[in-house]
Design a protein. Structure first.
Length: 76
């Protein structure tokens, strides 16, 4: 799965990974994909919950060596 943009929010504490994700998606076109990398455990709850309430779609979510990776497709 390819990404149009990558947001590295590693080292940022809640709520910054979610806020930066929102800002990044606002600057994207519908259908574009954003990969977010975060290390804050709150992101595991916050990002999927927010995406579920938005027009965006969470395409994948994974964890590797303490880093959480989310692939989000920009909605309308």
């Amino acid at each position: 799965m390819t990404a149009d943009r990558i947001l590295d929010a590693s080292g940022l504490q809640c709520p910054m990974p979610l806020l930066k994700t929102k800002l990044e998606l606002n600057g994207m076109s519908p259908g574009e994909r954003l990969v977010v990398i975060a290390t804050d455990t709150g992101s595991l709850r916050d990002i999927p919950a927010w995406v579920a309430l938005s027009s965006h779609q969470l395409l994948s979510q994974s964890e590797e060596q303490g880093a959480y990776r989310f692939t989000i497709e920009r909605g309308a």
